[in-house]
Design a protein around this ligand. Structure first.
Ligand SMILES: [Zn+2]
Length: 277
């Protein structure tokens, strides 16, 4: 067989999602000589503007925010040594229920097959062996994350590729440990109220349903730097306040569910490329 470098493709919704969910694996596999391709579907125009100005507030210029976030995305990719960045450039659809959901051309209103066709072309170009994206709830219900999931699975269907497909997830045990650690640090993190129904679909999975655990602690510093490149976004500042050491301790193992596999690699596994090398 011709020598072709192994290739990882991560499909994300917004600039900064690559850092939180897959910063560790992007850095680790690049370090191992694997080609890494990041596909970012939207321009992040519904994110915070400079100085933390929120969308819809005076001084929030969506075009300028999109431009700023592209620069941040490039800096994040440099920190993670991502080989190829591909931006699809769809307008960010905002959080579920926002008017931006239905803005003309928004990612959420784009027919799945149209965007999937563009992604299928990128799959043809890079021939990834592994693709990583979100689960059907987009992990926490953001419309752009749900759409990223849908177009990825449709593109996989169209191309019959790659060998392995994963959805990012978190172990419920890890979420409990995360909450405990934050309370130790004095960070406000409310205990779930057993009498309150959950606001959205449940996040994360029981540990035994997680197929793949990748230790990326050695790359915690790069992952932190990638997230720091997106410091304009309020929700990231929360993580950055932890400092590198705590951040790496809490975010240093990335977990996945394997949903497609042609290798027969036994589960659970500790490597997205198990069975491929
Ligand atoms: Zn996002």
């Amino acid at each position: 067989m011709a020598e072709r470098p192994l290739t990882l493709m991560a499909v994300h919704a917004h600039p900064d999602d690559e850092a939180t969910g897959t910063g560790g694996v992007l850095a680790k596999y690049a370090d191992e000589g694997i080609t890494t391709v990041l596909v970012t579907c939207t321009d992040g125009r519904c994110g915070d503007g400079p100085g933390g100005v929120k969308p819809g507030e005076p001084g929030h210029d969506p075009d300028a925010v999109a431009e700023m976030r592209l620069r941040e995305l490039e800096a994040s990719c440099a920190a993670l040594k991502v080989t190829h960045l591909e931006v699809l450039g769809y307008p960010d659809s905002g959080m579920m229920g926002w008017p931006a959901n239905d803005a003309p051309g928004s990612f959420w209103t784009t027919p799945v097959q149209d965007a999937a066709q563009r992604l299928a072309e990128l799959i043809g170009k890079y021939e990834p062996d592994v693709i990583v994206t979100y689960d059907e709830n987009g992990f926490y219900g953001h419309p752009d994350h749900i759409q990223a999931h849908r177009i990825t699975m449709a593109a996989v269907e169209l191309t019959g590729s790659p060998a392995k497909v994963y959805w990012t997830t978190v172990p419920r045990s890890g979420m409990e440990a995360f909450g405990r650690k934050l309370r130790e640090l004095g960070v406000e993190f409310p205990e779930p109220d057993p009498d309150e129904p959950p606001a959205g679909p449940p996040m994360g999975l029981p540990d035994e349903e997680i197929s793949t655990w990748v230790d990326t602690k050695a790359y915690g510093s790069q992952k932190f730097d990638a997230l720091a490149a997106h410091a304009s976004q309020g929700e990231n500042i929360f993580f950055l306040r932890m400092g590198k050491e705590t951040f790496t301790e809490l975010m240093g193992v990335e977990t996945f569910v394997r949903v497609r596999d042609t290798t027969g690699a036994p589960l659970p596994e500790r490597d997205l490329f198990a069975g491929l090398r």
